[in-house]
Structures are given as structure tokens and as C-alpha cells.
Design a protein around this ligand. Structure first.
Ligand SMILES: [Zn+2]
Length: 183
């Protein structure tokens, strides 16, 4: 299970703003899907049904990104629809890399159409080096310690992917413009 440092590092890789309020908004959005723990820990609802289900789905991310665009306060509007959507989707992506048992704890990306839980546990061995679980004070501290070392590589990797995608989009747009010019 990834903790806020890993999620925030990826969010900071997605956006370029240095506005503290915007950065705080990005951190909030990056961990927002895990507020489903309120239902589990606060209301005693079953973790299998309410964690990493609706709140980690593509549909939920889309709906929330649209709501954010419509209702967020003025300075936070610099976080536009696409970065907000990518930050929310990145949460599920990181969780997928950290799920020890995809069948039980994977991410329901396609909720409500499918209850399939997706997981690609490539980061699990790294987390297991420091602790078996974050659900104890010592385990949480160990995970946070590990993630403080993972933060820069995660941020850098996200930034490289972001720049690559932007370059591809620019090339695609340019080629379209060239076709239009030729026409
Ligand atoms: Zn999560």
C-alpha cells in the first residue's frame, strides 16, 4: 500500500505550478481516493466492498475532475481538468503497483461496469524490504521512510513521461496542422 508521499511525488510530477495552494490541492487530490477509508474505519463498512473500489475507478476520477473544474475556488482553477484527472488516475496506478494480492486488494478501475481488481505488484518487494504492513505505527514510519527515498525517482519518472507525452501530442498536433496547411 502506497502512502501519501508516493502519491504526492507523482502529483508534483504531473503539474508544474509552484503556487503553494495549488501544490496543496494536488496533494489533496492525490490522496483523495483513499478517503474511502472513512467508510471502512469510520463507519465499520467492509474493506473488501469499499476500499479501492468506486473511489479508485476511472469513472470516479472523471466525475471528480469535472466537479473540480466546476466548483473549485478561483486559485485552484489553475489546476485544470486534465492535470486533475491525471492526478486522480495516478493514485489508482500507484496502488496497482503496490497491491500484494490483486485478486483481493487490487484496484477496481472499471467500477461499476466490472468488479475486476487490477494489480501489477512490481513495487511490493521493495516495500516488503522495510515492513510487512503500514497498519502499525512502526510499519507506517518505515513505509514513509522508504517513500521519502522513492519520492525523487517517482517525481522524475513522472516528469519524463509527462514531457514525452507532451512532445508526442505536439508532434501529432503539428502533423495535423501540416496536413491542414497542405489541404
Ligand atoms: Zn488508494
Amino acid at each position: 500500500m502506497a502512502l501519501p508521499i508516493a502519491h504526492s511525488a507523482v502529483a508534483f510530477g504531473i503539474i508544474r505550478s509552484r503556487d503553494r495552494l495549488v501544490l496543496a490541492g494536488a496533494v489533496f487530490l492525490s490522496i483523495l481516493p483513499d478517503l474511502d477509508f472513512i467508510l471502512v474505519w469510520g463507519f465499520g463498512l467492509p474493506i473488501q466492498v469499499y476500499h479501492r473500489t468506486f473511489s479508485h475507478s476511472i469513472l470516479f476520477s472523471l466525475a471528480l475532475a469535472l466537479l473540480w473544474r466546476s466548483f473549485c475556488p478561483f486559485r485552484l482553477r489553475t489546476l485544470s481538468f486534465m492535470p486533475v484527472l491525471l492526478i486522480l488516475l495516478s493514485h489508482g496506478a500507484i496502488d496497482m503497483l503496490c497491491t500484494s494480492d490483486a485478486a483481493d486488494h487490487g484496484v477496481m478501475l472499471f467500477w461499476p461496469a466490472s468488479s475486476y481488481r487490477a494489480g501489477v505488484p512490481v513495487l511490493v518487494p521493495v516495500y516488503l524490504l522495510v515492513a510487512n504492513s503500514p497498519f502499525s505505527p512502526e510499519g507506517a514510519l518505515r513505509f514513509l521512510f522508504l517513500e521519502s527515498f522513492m519520492a525523487w525517482p517517482l517525481w522524475r519518472f513522472t516528469r519524463i513521461v509527462r514531457e514525452g507525452l507532451l512532445a508526442m501530442a505536439a508532434r501529432h498536433w503539428d502533423s495535423k496542422a501540416a496536413v491542414q496547411l497542405k489541404e
